[in-house]
Design a protein around this ligand. Structure first.
Ligand code: PEP
Length: 252
């Protein structure tokens, strides 16, 4: 993936069963997608193998929605990053706000998951973002710096590895109303700035990408992807409709 390549990641969350997931994957497989966009779909764990097999001969990549922070062991119900790699994943979402909110995922857990994802050869998609209340209080910059730093400080990122940071204002996710692109741009600058306190600039320039997520659709996507510090988008609801998702890819 070159720096010019835009990133479009679909987070299917727990919104589809297996038959619908396979249908959606088949619909996407039938499309002629732009070559300069890296498209990834993140289905539920149980669909990964089958969907991976369906997309095998396409350029669409496979991602998981989470992974565990230990390599292996007695952790009933968890899925290791190595396992995800074995079933064909290239990416894994880490620290999505829904997991932070409903499953009490902490910055420390996110940090450990990133470490394990990289060790397994996966590219982590690290989600950060403030709540509505934090924005109202004016603490969003602090939240972004804090989440980014706690997630990534002390992590070894190899020259052959990539890290994607998804800025997702929590209150916008699933709302159908994206934030003003200028606010996303400011947030991305803050995130990028906090990376400079942790990593050398050459690594940030070559191995880190910042993307936006939160009610992206086919009409607003280009407002975000045309921003300076924005390498692409993470898409929830609008990725569940093949036509809308293809529109996003076309308009990116
Ligand atoms: C998400 O869940 O990561 C997301 C961006 O959702 P939506 O596009 O529905 O806001």
């Amino acid at each position: 993936m070159t720096k010019e390549t835009k990133i479009v990641i679909a987070n299917w969350k727990m919104k589809l069963g297996l038959p619908e997931s396979l249908d959606l994957a088949k619909d996407l497989r039938a499309q002629k997608l732009r070559g300069d966009v890296e498209v990834t779909v993140c289905p539920s764990f149980v669909g990964l193998s089958e969907i991976g097999a369906l997309l095998n001969k396409t350029k669409i990549k496979l991602g998981a929605q989470d992974c565990f922070w230990e390599r292996q062991g007695a952790f009933t119900g968890e899925v290791s990053a190595t396992y995800l790699r074995e079933v064909g994943c290239s990416y894994v979402i880490v620290g999505h706000s829904e997991r932070r909110q409903y499953l009490n995922e902490t910055d420390e857990m996110v940090h450990k998951k990133i470490k394990m994802a990289l060790a397994a050869g996966l590219t982590p998609i690290v989600c950060v973002g403030e709540t509505f209340q934090q924005r109202q209080e004016g603490s969003q910059d602090y939240i972004l710096i804090n989440q980014t730093t706690k997630a990534l400080e002390g992590i070894d990122v190899g020259l052959d590895q990539q890290v994607i940071i998804a800025y997702e204002p929590r209150w916008v996710i699933g709302s159908g109303r994206a934030i003003d692109p200028s606010q996303a741009e400011l947030a991305h600058q803050i995130i990028r700035q906090s990376l400079f306190d942790i990593f050398p600039s050459s690594l940030i320039n070559n191995n880190f990408s910042i993307i936006y997520g939160g009610s992206v659709d086919g009409n607003n996507v280009s407002h975000f992807t045309s921003l300076d510090n924005t390498a692409g988008v993470l898409v929830g609801n609008a990725s569940l409709d093949a036509k809308e998702f293809v529109k996003i890819i076309q308009n990116v």
